[in-house]
Design a protein around this ligand. Structure first.
Ligand SMILES: *Cc1c(COP(=O)(O)O)cnc(C)c1O
Length: 395
C-alpha cells in the first residue's frame, strides 16, 4: 500500500502524539490556559478551586450531595497514599486487590504506612472477582477496607468494580478505589458503587496536565478521618477542613495546572461528559485494535476485559522485531507508544486517551504497518508462550 507517510502534523506544536496513559496529549486551549499567573490567596483563584471541586462532583451522578471533592498537590501516587493514610484508621486493615503494578504499589504504600493489610495478588492481569473477595472477608473480620484498582493501567484491564464493591458492602466493609486512569471516561457513580472514597489525577481522562490529584469522598468519612493521617501534607481531612474554612489550599497550589484543568473540565462537559468521553476512547480503542489485529498483532486480554484506556499487545515472535527499533520508528512517524509491564512475556502498550480521535488511531496502525515493513518483520504474530499465557484468562 502506501509508502512511509510524512509524520502527522501532530498536535499544534508539531509534537508527537502521546499514546500513553498520562501525561497525555492535551489541547491547545488547555496549554494556553497556563499562560497567566494567579495569586493563590486571591478570590479569582479561590473561585477557580470552587468551580473545579463542584465540576468534579457533577461527574459522579445522583447522590453527589453526600460527597465532597478535595484536591491534593502531587502525582497520582500521592493521592493513593493520602487516601489510604486518611481513611484507614491506624488500627484498620486493608484488603489490597492487585493484578498489576499499581496494585503492588498500593501494597507497598501500606507497608510504608506500617498499617495492616492483606494482599490478594492475581499476578499480571487476572481480575479479582467478587466471590473471592467475599470469601476473604468472611474469613478475616479484621479487614475494614477493600482497595480496588479501577483500570489497572499496567495491563489495561478494566476490573469488575461493581461486583467487588457489592461483595465488600454485603460484608459491611468500606470501599476505596484507585480510579486514576478511568475517572472521567468510565462511569463511577456514587449511587451504583457507593464507595467511601476514590482518587484520580489531573493528567488522565479529564485531559489536564500533571501536578495534582483529587479525592471524592463521603462527607461522613471526611468528618470522621481527623487524626488518622501519618502525614501533614497528605492529610485529606486537614486539606478539606482548611479549604472549607478559607477556600484556599493549605500549601502552594499548582496554580497554572489548576487553570489548565478547569479548561479541560469545561471541554469535558462540552464534549458530553463521561459518556461521550468514554465513547470517543472506546472508538479509539476499537479502531486501533482492529488495525493492529489486521497486521497480526494480538492483545493480551480478551475483548471482554479490554478497557478503552490502554491496550497491551504481545511483541511479535519474528526475530526481525525489536521493541527499541519499533519504538524509535513509531516516534519518527509522530507517535510515542509505551513499553509493556508484563513479567512473563514481552509486550508493549498503546494508549487510547488524550486529544485523539479514530483518524489519529488509523494513522497509528498505518505507521505500525509501515514500520514492520521497514524492519523486515513478516508476521506480527506472538510466540506460542504468549498465547498459552492468555489461555489462563479464558479458563
Ligand atoms: C497513573 C496511575 C497512578 C499514579 O501514578 P503517578 O505516576 O504517581 O501519577 C496510580 N494508579 C493508577 C491505576 C494509574 O494509572
Amino acid at each position: 500500500m502506501s509508502s512511509t507517510p510524512a509524520p502527522l502534523p501532530a498536535p499544534e506544536m508539531g509534537e508527537p502524539y502521546l499514546l500513553t496513559p498520562g501525561p497525555l496529549t492535551t489541547s491547545y486551549a488547555v496549554k494556553q490556559a497556563m499562560l497567566r499567573d494567579w495569586g493563590s490567596w486571591d478570590e479569582d483563584f479561590r473561585a477557580m478551586t470552587r468551580e473545579m471541586r463542584s465540576g468534579l462532583l457533577d461527574l459522579i451522578g445522583p447522590g453527589s450531595d453526600a460527597y465532597d471533592c478535595v484536591p491534593i498537590q502531587g502525582s497520582g501516587s500521592y493521592l493513593v497514599e493520602a487516601m489510604l493514610g486518611t481513611f484507614v484508621p491506624k488500627d484498620g486493615k486493608v484488603l489490597v486487590l492487585s493484578n498489576g503494578a499499581y496494585g503492588q504499589r498500593a501494597a507497598q504504600t501500606m507497608e510504608v504506612l506500617g498499617r495492616a493489610y492483606r494482599l490478594l495478588d492475581k499476578g499480571d492481569y487476572m481480575p479479582p472477582r467478587g466471590d473471592e473477595v467475599a470469601a476473604i472477608l468472611a474469613e478475616d473480620p479484621a479487614i475494614t477496607h477493600v482497595l480496588i484498582i479501577h483500570c489497572e493501567t499496567s495491563s489495561g484491564i478494566l476490573n469488575p468494580v461493581e461486583e467487588i464493591a457489592a461483595a465488600a458492602h454485603a460484608a459491611g466493609r468500606a470501599v476505596l478505589i484507585d480510579s486514576m486512569s478511568a475517572f472521567g471516561a468510565i462511569p463511577l457513580e456514587a449511587e451504583t458503587i457507593g464507595y467511601t472514597a476514590m482518587v484520580s489525577s489531573a493528567n488522565k481522562c479529564i485531559e489536564g496536565v500533571p501536578g495534582f490529584g483529587f479525592v471524592i469522598a463521603r462527607k461522613t468519612a471526611l468528618e470522621s478521618a481527623k487524626g488518622n493521617c501519618h502525614s501533614l501534607s497528605l492529610d485529606i481531612h486537614a486539606q478539606w477542613a482548611a479549604m472549607e474554612k478559607t477556600g484556599q489550599w493549605r500549601f502552594t497550589p499548582p496554580t497554572h495546572v489548576v487553570a489548565a484543568f478547569l479548561e479541560a473540565l469545561r471541554a469535558h462537559k462540552a464534549e458530553g461528559g463521561v459518556a461521550a468521553r468514554g465513547a470517543r476512547y472506546a472508538k479509539n480503542r476499537d479502531t486501533m485494535v482492529d488495525g493492529m489485529r489486521a497486521l497480526g498483532f494480538e492483545t493480551l486480554l480478551a475483548d471482554r476485559w479490554l478497557s478503552p484506556i490502554i491496550v497491551t499487545f504481545f511483541c511479535p515472535a519474528d526475530p526481525a522485531f525489536d521493541f527499541a527499533t519499533f519504538y524509535d520508528a513509531m516516534k519518527a512517524r509522530g507517535f510515542i507508544i509505551y513499553p509493556g509491564k508484563l513479567t512473563v512475556v514481552d509486550s508493549f502498550r498503546i494508549g487510547c486517551i488524550g486529544q485523539m480521535d479514530e483518524y489519529v488511531m488509523r494513522a497509528v496502525t498505518d505507521a505500525a504497518r509501515d514500520t514492520l515493513t521497514e524492519m523486515g518483520v513478516v508476521s506480527a504474530a506472538p510466540p506460542a508462550k504468549a498465547l498459552e499465557e492468555r489461555k489462563k484468562l479464558a479458563a
